[in-house]
Design a protein around this ligand. Structure first.
Ligand code: MLT
Length: 322
């Protein structure tokens, strides 16, 4: 029996510590070969993945000796956590270790949309000097609508406050009396109100059956024509065709997407739009964020394998009553 199967490119100082103390098979391309993964997983007590490995019920059933699945990131949409919990496997993840990185990218996207930084850069490199054409707007005094006031949404809002923005937020699960709501001087609103009032809408939702395709043409049509939409969460939350149509119909002023329906995406209509910013799912990718994520997950995997347990895990027993 071997110890840890690493199926994606998860590196860092704590991974080196893990390799010293355990028998680690480092297979950064394995996520691309689901059949090979199924064949290998029975020999391991743990696996570590990022977001590209599909850890579905078949993988979990095949992993008869698995004690822990380490997800080097916050999103758990690629791991069947219910099947893992039912099989008695710990799912350890990094719920907040990259949240500053993601929040900072969301702010970067907002600044870039407001000041047309990416478009101005492209034009200036091509020989242009169009100062008037690249007149932007300030974030100051604008309303930021946060959809999903979790760890990342909260941190995005904190930073936006420093720019003098007003915060409104929508979150199906957040307690409107939570201290963070007062601290942000935020107003919790229904989604329709947020869509109608926000100048910038930043999406920080997990991918679930309820959020898949949430941002459709109807939602974009309810936004202000001058609004900007930013998504650093999961691509599937947005109906991309609807977004293209909304941009063409000038229902909104622009969008920034770090995440896509298909990753990597095909070159589509969005790539040709100057009021759209596209990045390759890099929100969590900073040196600092990744070092924290990898450290947390490697320590938790080591903890479970040595009988000490994990600090960040998602398997909680359901209450017997209520
Ligand atoms: C996350 O869920 O932590 C980020 O989107 C990065 C990733 O998917 O690995």
């Amino acid at each position: 029996m071997r110890d840890v199967l690493v199926t994606e490119n998860v590196t860092g100082p704590e991974m080196e510590v893990l390799k010293k103390n355990f028998d680690v098979a480092f297979e950064p391309e394995l996520w691309k070969s689901p059949d090979r993964l199924l064949a290998m997983v029975p020999d391991f007590r743990a696996m570590i993945v990022r977001n590209q490995t599909r850890v579905n019920a078949n993988v979990i059933a095949a992993g008869r000796s698995l004690k822990v699945i380490g997800r080097a990131g916050a999103g758990l949409d690629n791991v069947d956590t219910e099947a893992a919990t039912n099989a008695g496997i710990v799912v350890a993840y990094a719920p907040e270790q990259n949240s500053i990185s993601v929040a900072e990218l969301a702010l970067g996207m907002m600044l870039s949309l407001a000041r047309k930084i990416a478009a101005a850069d492209r034009d200036t490199r091509a020989g242009g000097w169009k100062r008037r054409e690249f007149t932007g707007i300030e974030l100051y005094g604008k309303t930021l609508g946060i959809v999903g006031l979790g760890r990342i949404g909260y941190r995005t809002a904190v930073r936006a406050r420093a720019f003098g923005m007003d915060i409104i937020a929508h979150d199906e699960y957040a307690n409107p009396d939570a201290i963070i709501v007062s601290e942000l001087r935020a107003r919790m609103v229904e989604l329709d109100e947020l869509l109608a009032q926000a100048d910038f809408i930043s999406c920080h939702l997990p991918l679930t059956s309820a959020t898949r395709g949430l941002f459709d043409y109807g939602k974009f049509s309810r936004m202000k024509p001058a609004a900007f939409f930013i998504n650093t969460s999961r691509g599937e939350v947005v109906d991309e065709e609807a977004l293209v149509r909304a941009l063409r119909d000038k229902k909104i002023a622009g969008a920034a997407l770090d995440v896509r329906l298909k990753e990597p995406p095909d070159k589509g209509a969005l790539s040709g739009m100057d009021n759209v910013i596209l990045t390759p799912h890099i929100a969590a990718f900073t040196g600092e964020g990744q070092e924290r994520v990898v450290a947390s997950v490697c320590r938790d995997v080591a903890g479970v394998l040595s009988g000490k347990g994990a600090k960040n895990h998602v398997n909680f027993p359901k209450p017997k009553r209520g």
